[in-house]
Design a protein around this ligand. Structure first.
Ligand code: SF4
Length: 377
């Protein structure tokens, strides 16, 4: 099985916190990028087995800048080169400032069956600070239009720990989000990344970020509020109604194979050996040159240690944790033997705990997940 990720690296305007691989561009996106994606798909399909595709994900950037006909052409090409499973999860990330009732109807007709809407906040002051192109009302309208179009599976993305944000303001966004009844909610803490306008503002002392303690309170409030609202906390930053976990993202956390198409997209194949990874050139010109010449990046094999580390820091993101039997099955040795000091230290410090054959983050470990993960690198 092979999941597929398609990267659309264009946005109407860069948000102040964003370090994703995306470039400013206005619709219609008739810049030849979709043709490059189709060509790359053709090149890659020649070297990969014609296998089943359980999930297809359009991420960005802003995939909702593409016209439904372009999305349809890409879905058809995937179905033609591989075997798109009948019940495949096909997700499209949508920016509330770019969708219309007509485009949403078109995406559904093209085969998209899951939307991930970048709401980020339901507070106009915070949205403007983030440099988003939409208001809270635009986000509510985009959500309502998506439902009216017939999307039964909708996720929304939110960000907390924003500059100047209070606990009450975050709770208000969470409660409004629950009232919208999405099937899935991703809630990330803001991280200030190098090279972004926020990083420059931080360096100039012009960004008042919440203290660590408040960030931890926001994380705990997210979990308690969403869980009381009927959502299952199944990954550090992800919550879903029963039966609506993101199937695509689980592929990443479970180290299953996926093919990434587009500028800067990453790919991973579980076999041969301990698996291999590669990354496409992030810049459009370089990506175009690679695709046109047919010289796309070659897979680079992982060492046993790299593969074991990945197993741990990806698997521990899930609240179920990692399965010791699965680890032993993949690497022929016990998890305790591979990481003796790390496991003992994290358990002794109350950051990891055993449950049946699984090893998982404790509530304290969830707050300090980065520290726990770094033990396994
Ligand atoms: S819309 Fe998303 S990808 Fe585009 S600039 Fe904003 S955060 Fe980045």
């Amino acid at each position: 099985m092979l999941s597929i990720y398609i990267h659309i690296p264009f946005c109407i305007r860069k948000c102040s916190y964003c370090d994703f691989n995306s470039f400013e561009e206005n619709p219609p996106l008739d810049n030849g990028y979709v043709e490059l994606l189709l060509k790359e798909l053709e090149i890659r399909s020649k070297t990969l087995e014609k296998t089943e595709v359980p999930t297809l994900y359009f991420g960005g950037g802003t995939p909702s800048l593409l016209a439904p006909a372009q999305i349809s052409a890409l879905i058809k090409a995937v179905a033609d080169k591989f075997t798109l499973q009948k019940n495949a999860e096909i997700t499209l990330e949508a920016n509330p400032g770019t969708v219309t009732a007509e485009s949403l109807d078109g995406y559904l007709a093209a085969g998209v069956n899951r939307l991930s809407i970048g709401v980020q906040s339901l507070d106009d002051r915070q949205l403007s600070l983030l440099g988003r192109i939409h208001t809270a009302d635009d986000a509510r309208k985009a959500f309502a239009m998506s439902r009216s179009a017939g999307f039964a599976n909708i996720g929304i993305d939110l960000i907390h720990s924003l500059p100047g944000q209070t606990l009450e303001e975050w709770q208000s966004t969470l409660c409004q989000a629950i009232a919208m009844k999405p099937q899935h909610i991703s809630a990330y803490g803001l991280s200030v990344e190098e090279g972004t306008p926020f990083a420059r503002m931080k360096a100039d002392g012009a960004l008042s970020l919440p203290e660590e303690e408040l960030t931890a309170e926001m994380f705990e409030l997210t979990s308690s509020t969403l869980c009381s609202g009927g959502y299952e906390h199944y990954e550090i930053s992800n919550f879903s109604l029963p039966g609506y976990r993101s199937r695509h993202n689980q592929i990443y956390w479970e180290r299953k194979s996926y093919l990434g198409l587009g500028a800067g997209a990453h790919s991973f194949l579980r076999l041969p050996g301990f698996g291999c990874r590669w990354e496409n050139p992030p810049l459009l010109k370089e990506y175009e040159a690679a695709v046109r010449s047919g010289e796309t990046p070659a897979p680079s094999p992982l060492s046993e240690h790299d593969a074991m580390s990945e197993f741990m820091f990806l698997g521990l993101r899930r609240l179920d944790g990692v399965d010791r039997a699965d680890f032993a099955g993949q690497f022929g040795m016990s998890l305790e033997k591979a990481f003796p000091d790390a496991v003992i230290r994290a358990c002794k410090n109350g950051l990891l705990l055993s449950e049946g054959t699984n090893l998982k983050l404790s509530s304290k470990g969830l707050l300090l997940a980065n520290i726990v993960m770094s033990e396994f690198v």
